[in-house]
Ligand binder design. Structure first.
Ligand SMILES: C[S@@+](CC[C@H](N)C(=O)[O-])C[C@H]1O[C@@H](n2cnc3c(N)ncnc32)[C@H](O)[C@@H]1O
Length: 409
Protein backbone atom coordinates (compact mmCIF):
# COMPACT_ATOMS: atom_id res chain seq x y z
CA UNK A 1 0.00 0.00 0.00
CA UNK A 2 1.41 3.46 -0.84
CA UNK A 3 1.93 6.23 1.73
CA UNK A 4 -0.79 8.28 0.06
CA UNK A 5 -3.48 5.61 0.48
CA UNK A 6 -2.58 5.03 4.14
CA UNK A 7 -2.76 8.70 5.06
CA UNK A 8 -5.74 10.02 6.96
CA UNK A 9 -7.58 12.95 5.33
CA UNK A 10 -6.15 16.31 6.34
CA UNK A 11 -2.91 14.83 7.68
CA UNK A 12 -0.65 16.90 5.41
CA UNK A 13 -2.66 20.05 6.11
CA UNK A 14 -2.36 19.52 9.88
CA UNK A 15 1.36 18.86 9.60
CA UNK A 16 1.88 22.07 7.56
CA UNK A 17 -0.07 24.12 10.09
CA UNK A 18 1.82 22.56 12.98
CA UNK A 19 5.12 23.38 11.21
CA UNK A 20 4.12 27.06 10.94
CA UNK A 21 2.87 27.20 14.51
CA UNK A 22 6.13 25.76 15.81
CA UNK A 23 8.49 27.84 13.69
CA UNK A 24 6.57 31.14 13.49
CA UNK A 25 8.23 32.27 10.27
CA UNK A 26 7.81 32.22 6.53
CA UNK A 27 9.12 29.19 4.63
CA UNK A 28 9.50 27.80 1.14
CA UNK A 29 7.54 24.72 -0.04
CA UNK A 30 10.85 22.78 -0.08
CA UNK A 31 11.50 23.52 3.61
CA UNK A 32 7.91 22.68 4.50
CA UNK A 33 8.09 19.41 2.59
CA UNK A 34 11.18 18.30 4.56
CA UNK A 35 9.49 19.14 7.87
CA UNK A 36 6.20 17.46 6.94
CA UNK A 37 7.95 14.33 5.63
CA UNK A 38 9.96 14.12 8.84
CA UNK A 39 6.85 14.63 10.95
CA UNK A 40 4.79 12.04 9.05
CA UNK A 41 7.76 9.70 8.62
CA UNK A 42 6.99 9.26 4.93
CA UNK A 43 7.92 10.80 1.60
CA UNK A 44 5.76 13.72 0.45
CA UNK A 45 6.04 15.16 -3.08
CA UNK A 46 6.79 18.89 -3.02
CA UNK A 47 3.97 19.34 -5.57
CA UNK A 48 1.41 18.22 -2.90
CA UNK A 49 2.72 20.85 -0.50
CA UNK A 50 2.70 23.52 -3.22
CA UNK A 51 -0.81 22.77 -4.37
CA UNK A 52 -2.06 22.67 -0.79
CA UNK A 53 -0.49 26.07 -0.06
CA UNK A 54 -1.80 27.63 -3.30
CA UNK A 55 -5.27 26.20 -2.86
CA UNK A 56 -5.56 27.67 0.59
CA UNK A 57 -3.98 31.06 -0.06
CA UNK A 58 -5.29 33.63 0.78
CA UNK A 59 -7.74 31.86 3.16
CA UNK A 60 -5.22 30.27 5.49
CA UNK A 61 -1.78 31.36 4.27
CA UNK A 62 -0.03 34.48 3.05
CA UNK A 63 2.68 34.73 0.44
CA UNK A 64 4.79 37.57 1.90
CA UNK A 65 7.46 37.25 -0.81
CA UNK A 66 7.73 35.17 -4.01
CA UNK A 67 8.01 31.46 -3.20
CA UNK A 68 7.54 31.93 0.56
CA UNK A 69 4.50 31.23 2.68
CA UNK A 70 3.39 31.79 6.23
CA UNK A 71 0.27 31.24 8.32
CA UNK A 72 -2.15 34.13 8.07
CA UNK A 73 -2.41 34.71 11.82
CA UNK A 74 1.38 34.69 12.09
CA UNK A 75 1.58 38.17 10.54
CA UNK A 76 0.39 41.61 11.56
CA UNK A 77 -2.22 43.63 9.67
CA UNK A 78 0.25 44.74 7.01
CA UNK A 79 1.14 41.15 6.26
CA UNK A 80 4.55 41.57 7.93
CA UNK A 81 6.16 39.46 10.60
CA UNK A 82 5.88 40.78 14.15
CA UNK A 83 8.39 43.52 14.84
CA UNK A 84 11.72 42.29 16.15
CA UNK A 85 14.71 43.97 17.65
CA UNK A 86 16.69 45.24 14.62
CA UNK A 87 19.82 43.24 13.80
CA UNK A 88 23.09 45.12 14.18
CA UNK A 89 25.33 42.63 12.41
CA UNK A 90 27.90 44.07 9.99
CA UNK A 91 28.46 42.66 6.51
CA UNK A 92 26.55 40.30 4.25
CA UNK A 93 26.36 36.66 5.27
CA UNK A 94 27.61 33.93 2.92
CA UNK A 95 24.47 31.91 3.58
CA UNK A 96 21.05 32.58 5.08
CA UNK A 97 18.07 30.51 6.01
CA UNK A 98 15.07 32.00 7.79
CA UNK A 99 16.55 34.03 10.66
CA UNK A 100 19.92 32.24 10.58
CA UNK A 101 22.97 33.74 8.85
CA UNK A 102 26.28 31.99 8.36
CA UNK A 103 29.73 33.29 7.41
CA UNK A 104 32.59 31.21 6.03
CA UNK A 105 35.32 33.03 7.95
CA UNK A 106 37.67 32.94 10.89
CA UNK A 107 35.66 33.99 13.94
CA UNK A 108 38.42 36.27 15.28
CA UNK A 109 38.34 38.34 12.07
CA UNK A 110 34.56 38.27 12.04
CA UNK A 111 34.30 39.42 15.65
CA UNK A 112 36.72 42.27 14.94
CA UNK A 113 34.37 43.56 12.23
CA UNK A 114 31.34 43.74 14.57
CA UNK A 115 30.17 46.73 16.60
CA UNK A 116 30.31 46.95 20.39
CA UNK A 117 27.25 45.58 22.20
CA UNK A 118 25.58 44.18 19.09
CA UNK A 119 24.73 40.61 20.18
CA UNK A 120 22.67 39.11 23.01
CA UNK A 121 24.24 35.64 23.57
CA UNK A 122 26.96 33.22 22.53
CA UNK A 123 26.32 29.47 22.40
CA UNK A 124 29.22 27.58 20.94
CA UNK A 125 31.07 24.28 20.75
CA UNK A 126 34.69 25.24 20.00
CA UNK A 127 37.60 22.96 19.14
CA UNK A 128 38.29 21.90 22.75
CA UNK A 129 42.01 21.43 22.30
CA UNK A 130 42.43 23.67 19.17
CA UNK A 131 44.82 21.16 17.63
CA UNK A 132 42.12 18.74 16.45
CA UNK A 133 40.59 21.30 14.08
CA UNK A 134 43.90 22.57 12.68
CA UNK A 135 44.26 22.14 8.89
CA UNK A 136 46.88 19.45 9.37
CA UNK A 137 44.80 17.35 11.77
CA UNK A 138 41.66 17.75 9.66
CA UNK A 139 43.62 16.51 6.61
CA UNK A 140 44.68 13.46 8.61
CA UNK A 141 41.14 12.84 9.79
CA UNK A 142 39.73 13.08 6.25
CA UNK A 143 42.42 10.70 4.95
CA UNK A 144 41.69 8.24 7.78
CA UNK A 145 45.28 8.68 9.03
CA UNK A 146 44.62 9.27 12.72
CA UNK A 147 46.77 12.06 14.12
CA UNK A 148 45.09 13.32 17.27
CA UNK A 149 41.85 11.71 16.08
CA UNK A 150 41.58 8.22 17.50
CA UNK A 151 39.79 5.78 15.19
CA UNK A 152 38.35 3.47 17.81
CA UNK A 153 37.32 -0.08 16.90
CA UNK A 154 33.59 -0.82 16.62
CA UNK A 155 31.86 -1.56 19.90
CA UNK A 156 28.90 -3.91 20.36
CA UNK A 157 28.19 -3.70 16.64
CA UNK A 158 28.26 0.13 16.64
CA UNK A 159 30.75 1.91 14.44
CA UNK A 160 32.51 4.38 16.75
CA UNK A 161 33.12 7.88 15.43
CA UNK A 162 36.70 9.16 15.66
CA UNK A 163 37.48 11.08 18.85
CA UNK A 164 40.23 13.62 19.43
CA UNK A 165 42.75 12.72 22.15
CA UNK A 166 43.36 15.59 24.54
CA UNK A 167 46.01 13.75 26.55
CA UNK A 168 48.50 14.48 23.71
CA UNK A 169 48.46 18.23 24.44
CA UNK A 170 51.82 19.34 25.85
CA UNK A 171 52.61 22.47 27.86
CA UNK A 172 53.06 24.69 24.78
CA UNK A 173 49.68 23.59 23.39
CA UNK A 174 48.07 24.34 26.73
CA UNK A 175 49.60 27.84 26.79
CA UNK A 176 48.38 28.39 23.25
CA UNK A 177 44.93 27.17 24.29
CA UNK A 178 44.82 29.73 27.08
CA UNK A 179 45.91 32.64 24.90
CA UNK A 180 43.55 31.70 22.05
CA UNK A 181 40.47 31.39 24.28
CA UNK A 182 41.37 34.51 26.23
CA UNK A 183 41.72 36.54 23.00
CA UNK A 184 38.47 35.03 21.74
CA UNK A 185 36.58 35.75 24.98
CA UNK A 186 37.80 39.37 25.00
CA UNK A 187 36.36 39.80 21.52
CA UNK A 188 33.07 38.22 22.58
CA UNK A 189 32.96 40.49 25.61
CA UNK A 190 33.14 43.59 23.43
CA UNK A 191 30.37 42.56 21.02
CA UNK A 192 27.96 41.30 23.70
CA UNK A 193 25.50 43.53 25.53
CA UNK A 194 25.55 43.71 29.37
CA UNK A 195 23.95 40.63 30.93
CA UNK A 196 24.53 38.50 27.83
CA UNK A 197 25.24 34.81 28.48
CA UNK A 198 28.14 32.91 26.96
CA UNK A 199 27.73 29.12 26.95
CA UNK A 200 30.70 27.07 25.82
CA UNK A 201 30.98 23.31 25.37
CA UNK A 202 34.16 21.77 26.72
CA UNK A 203 35.70 18.58 28.03
CA UNK A 204 36.40 17.49 31.64
CA UNK A 205 40.17 17.43 30.98
CA UNK A 206 40.30 20.99 29.65
CA UNK A 207 37.31 22.82 31.13
CA UNK A 208 39.29 24.45 33.98
CA UNK A 209 41.74 26.02 31.51
CA UNK A 210 38.98 27.39 29.33
CA UNK A 211 37.11 28.73 32.36
CA UNK A 212 40.17 30.67 33.55
CA UNK A 213 40.78 32.16 30.10
CA UNK A 214 37.14 33.30 29.82
CA UNK A 215 37.00 34.65 33.39
CA UNK A 216 40.14 36.71 32.76
CA UNK A 217 38.35 38.40 29.84
CA UNK A 218 35.86 39.93 32.28
CA UNK A 219 32.96 37.46 32.24
CA UNK A 220 31.43 36.28 35.52
CA UNK A 221 31.14 32.55 36.01
CA UNK A 222 27.53 31.43 36.47
CA UNK A 223 28.16 27.69 36.83
CA UNK A 224 28.15 24.84 34.36
CA UNK A 225 25.46 23.02 32.46
CA UNK A 226 26.04 19.30 32.58
CA UNK A 227 24.99 17.33 29.55
CA UNK A 228 24.55 13.82 30.92
CA UNK A 229 25.70 11.69 28.04
CA UNK A 230 27.43 8.36 27.66
CA UNK A 231 30.71 9.06 25.87
CA UNK A 232 33.31 6.62 24.67
CA UNK A 233 36.05 8.35 26.63
CA UNK A 234 37.91 6.75 29.51
CA UNK A 235 37.09 3.53 31.30
CA UNK A 236 39.79 1.56 29.45
CA UNK A 237 41.99 -1.02 31.15
CA UNK A 238 45.78 -0.51 31.06
CA UNK A 239 46.96 -0.67 27.46
CA UNK A 240 48.52 -4.04 26.51
CA UNK A 241 47.96 -5.29 30.06
CA UNK A 242 44.18 -5.56 30.21
CA UNK A 243 44.25 -9.28 30.97
CA UNK A 244 46.70 -8.78 33.80
CA UNK A 245 44.55 -5.97 35.32
CA UNK A 246 40.98 -6.85 34.40
CA UNK A 247 39.47 -4.86 37.27
CA UNK A 248 41.34 -1.61 36.59
CA UNK A 249 40.34 1.47 34.59
CA UNK A 250 42.97 4.07 33.81
CA UNK A 251 40.43 6.85 34.29
CA UNK A 252 36.67 7.09 34.75
CA UNK A 253 34.37 6.33 31.84
CA UNK A 254 33.18 9.83 31.04
CA UNK A 255 29.42 10.18 31.36
CA UNK A 256 28.98 13.93 31.10
CA UNK A 257 29.96 16.87 28.96
CA UNK A 258 30.43 20.22 30.75
CA UNK A 259 29.12 23.42 29.14
CA UNK A 260 30.60 26.48 30.86
CA UNK A 261 28.13 29.21 31.69
CA UNK A 262 29.35 32.81 31.87
CA UNK A 263 27.67 36.21 31.82
CA UNK A 264 28.84 39.69 30.96
CA UNK A 265 28.24 41.78 34.11
CA UNK A 266 24.80 43.39 34.39
CA UNK A 267 24.10 47.07 34.16
CA UNK A 268 22.18 47.67 37.39
CA UNK A 269 19.79 45.08 38.79
CA UNK A 270 18.61 42.07 36.81
CA UNK A 271 15.24 43.69 36.10
CA UNK A 272 16.93 46.90 34.91
CA UNK A 273 19.15 44.92 32.60
CA UNK A 274 16.23 42.85 31.30
CA UNK A 275 14.28 46.02 30.49
CA UNK A 276 17.16 47.80 28.81
CA UNK A 277 19.18 45.03 27.15
CA UNK A 278 16.71 42.09 27.14
CA UNK A 279 19.38 39.90 28.76
CA UNK A 280 20.71 38.85 32.15
CA UNK A 281 18.44 35.92 33.06
CA UNK A 282 17.69 32.49 31.68
CA UNK A 283 14.36 31.71 30.05
CA UNK A 284 12.37 29.10 31.94
CA UNK A 285 11.18 26.05 30.01
CA UNK A 286 7.84 26.72 31.72
CA UNK A 287 6.66 29.47 34.05
CA UNK A 288 6.80 27.13 37.06
CA UNK A 289 10.01 25.37 36.13
CA UNK A 290 13.40 27.12 36.24
CA UNK A 291 16.04 26.19 33.72
CA UNK A 292 18.16 23.45 35.35
CA UNK A 293 21.88 22.83 35.05
CA UNK A 294 21.75 19.07 34.40
CA UNK A 295 20.24 17.96 31.12
CA UNK A 296 19.81 14.32 30.29
CA UNK A 297 20.89 13.71 26.75
CA UNK A 298 22.00 10.99 24.43
CA UNK A 299 24.58 10.73 21.68
CA UNK A 300 23.45 12.46 18.50
CA UNK A 301 20.90 10.22 16.83
CA UNK A 302 21.46 8.55 13.50
CA UNK A 303 18.85 10.65 11.67
CA UNK A 304 20.82 13.80 12.54
CA UNK A 305 24.22 12.28 11.79
CA UNK A 306 22.91 11.32 8.36
CA UNK A 307 21.98 14.95 7.74
CA UNK A 308 25.33 16.35 8.95
CA UNK A 309 28.36 14.11 9.06
CA UNK A 310 30.40 16.46 11.27
CA UNK A 311 32.64 14.73 13.85
CA UNK A 312 31.30 16.96 16.65
CA UNK A 313 27.62 17.27 15.71
CA UNK A 314 25.47 18.17 18.76
CA UNK A 315 21.95 16.78 19.09
CA UNK A 316 19.02 19.09 18.46
CA UNK A 317 17.14 17.82 21.52
CA UNK A 318 19.92 19.14 23.76
CA UNK A 319 21.10 22.25 21.94
CA UNK A 320 17.59 23.62 21.50
CA UNK A 321 17.17 23.67 25.28
CA UNK A 322 20.36 25.70 25.74
CA UNK A 323 19.59 28.06 22.88
CA UNK A 324 16.06 28.72 24.09
CA UNK A 325 17.25 29.53 27.61
CA UNK A 326 19.88 32.15 26.72
CA UNK A 327 17.48 34.75 25.32
CA UNK A 328 15.29 35.30 28.40
CA UNK A 329 12.70 37.36 26.53
CA UNK A 330 13.18 35.59 23.20
CA UNK A 331 14.61 38.82 21.75
CA UNK A 332 18.02 39.34 20.22
CA UNK A 333 20.58 37.36 18.27
CA UNK A 334 22.63 34.33 19.29
CA UNK A 335 26.15 33.87 17.97
CA UNK A 336 27.93 30.56 17.36
CA UNK A 337 31.58 31.37 16.59
CA UNK A 338 32.50 27.75 15.78
CA UNK A 339 29.41 26.75 13.88
CA UNK A 340 30.56 23.42 12.37
CA UNK A 341 27.59 21.95 10.55
CA UNK A 342 25.24 24.60 11.94
CA UNK A 343 23.44 22.69 14.70
CA UNK A 344 23.20 25.79 16.95
CA UNK A 345 21.77 27.90 14.12
CA UNK A 346 19.31 25.14 13.26
CA UNK A 347 18.27 24.98 16.93
CA UNK A 348 17.77 28.76 17.04
CA UNK A 349 15.70 28.56 13.89
CA UNK A 350 13.60 25.77 15.38
CA UNK A 351 12.82 27.77 18.52
CA UNK A 352 12.14 30.95 16.52
CA UNK A 353 15.26 32.98 17.41
CA UNK A 354 17.60 34.98 15.24
CA UNK A 355 21.13 33.57 14.99
CA UNK A 356 24.49 34.17 13.35
CA UNK A 357 27.29 31.67 12.89
CA UNK A 358 30.88 31.60 11.69
CA UNK A 359 32.67 28.52 10.34
CA UNK A 360 36.23 28.66 9.01
CA UNK A 361 36.43 25.30 7.24
CA UNK A 362 34.94 25.41 3.72
CA UNK A 363 33.80 21.79 3.79
CA UNK A 364 31.95 22.18 7.10
CA UNK A 365 30.50 25.50 5.95
CA UNK A 366 29.08 23.78 2.84
CA UNK A 367 27.79 20.96 5.04
CA UNK A 368 26.01 23.54 7.23
CA UNK A 369 24.27 25.17 4.28
CA UNK A 370 22.64 21.83 3.51
CA UNK A 371 22.08 20.74 7.10
CA UNK A 372 20.57 23.84 8.75
CA UNK A 373 17.15 23.65 7.02
CA UNK A 374 16.90 19.93 7.62
CA UNK A 375 18.06 19.95 11.25
CA UNK A 376 15.75 22.90 11.98
CA UNK A 377 12.81 21.00 10.55
CA UNK A 378 13.29 17.91 12.73
CA UNK A 379 10.83 17.31 15.50
CA UNK A 380 12.46 16.47 18.82
CA UNK A 381 11.31 16.53 22.43
CA UNK A 382 12.74 18.69 25.12
CA UNK A 383 12.05 22.33 24.26
CA UNK A 384 9.86 24.19 26.70
CA UNK A 385 7.80 21.12 27.51
CA UNK A 386 7.07 19.49 30.85
CA UNK A 387 9.02 16.31 30.33
CA UNK A 388 12.13 17.63 28.70
CA UNK A 389 13.56 14.32 27.63
CA UNK A 390 15.28 13.17 24.56
CA UNK A 391 13.10 10.90 22.42
CA UNK A 392 15.74 8.16 22.35
CA UNK A 393 16.48 8.34 26.06
CA UNK A 394 14.81 5.06 27.17
CA UNK A 395 17.00 3.02 24.82
CA UNK A 396 19.98 5.06 25.86
CA UNK A 397 19.25 4.43 29.52
CA UNK A 398 19.33 0.70 28.91
CA UNK A 399 22.62 0.95 27.13
CA UNK A 400 23.97 3.14 29.92
CA UNK A 401 22.99 0.66 32.60
CA UNK A 402 24.10 -2.53 30.94
CA UNK A 403 26.82 -2.28 28.39
CA UNK A 404 27.78 1.20 27.22
CA UNK A 405 26.54 3.17 24.24
CA UNK A 406 27.58 4.91 21.12
CA UNK A 407 30.30 7.53 20.93
CA UNK A 408 29.90 11.12 21.91
CA UNK A 409 29.22 13.70 19.21
C1 LIG B 1 33.58 21.25 17.66
S1 LIG B 1 33.22 21.81 16.09
C2 LIG B 1 31.58 22.43 16.16
C3 LIG B 1 30.54 21.44 15.73
C4 LIG B 1 29.13 21.94 15.84
N1 LIG B 1 28.75 22.07 17.21
C5 LIG B 1 28.15 21.02 15.12
O1 LIG B 1 27.20 20.54 15.79
O2 LIG B 1 28.31 20.78 13.94
C6 LIG B 1 34.22 23.24 15.98
C7 LIG B 1 34.21 23.90 14.61
O3 LIG B 1 34.92 25.15 14.71
C8 LIG B 1 35.59 25.37 13.47
N2 LIG B 1 36.67 26.35 13.75
C9 LIG B 1 37.87 26.11 14.34
N3 LIG B 1 38.54 27.27 14.48
C10 LIG B 1 37.74 28.26 14.00
C11 LIG B 1 37.87 29.68 13.88
N4 LIG B 1 38.98 30.31 14.32
N5 LIG B 1 36.85 30.38 13.34
C12 LIG B 1 35.72 29.75 12.90
N6 LIG B 1 35.55 28.40 12.97
C13 LIG B 1 36.54 27.68 13.52
C14 LIG B 1 36.05 23.98 13.05
O4 LIG B 1 36.29 23.91 11.66
C15 LIG B 1 34.88 23.10 13.51
O5 LIG B 1 33.97 22.84 12.47
Amino acid sequence: MSDATRRRPGEIRDAIISFFQTHQREATPAEIRIAVADFLKSQIPESSVRSYLRLNTPGQFLQPSPGKYQLKNQSNENGQKPTRMPSKISGDADYGFGDASLWNADCMDWLDAQSDRSLQAVVTDPPYGLLEYSDEQQRKLRNGKGGVWRHAPSFDGHQRAPLPRFTVLDESHLLELHSFFNAWARRCYRVLVPGAHLVVATNPLLSHRLAIAIGEAGFERRGEIIRLVMTMRGGDRPKNAHEEFPEISAMPRSMFEPWLLFRKPLEGRLQDNLRKWKTGGLRRPEVNRPFGDVIESSPTRKAEREIANHPSLKPQSFIRQIVRAVLPLGEGTILDCFAGSGSTLAAAEAVGYRSVGVERDREYFEMATKAIPRLAALSVGGVGVVDAVDPVLPQFRDAFAVKGGRPRA
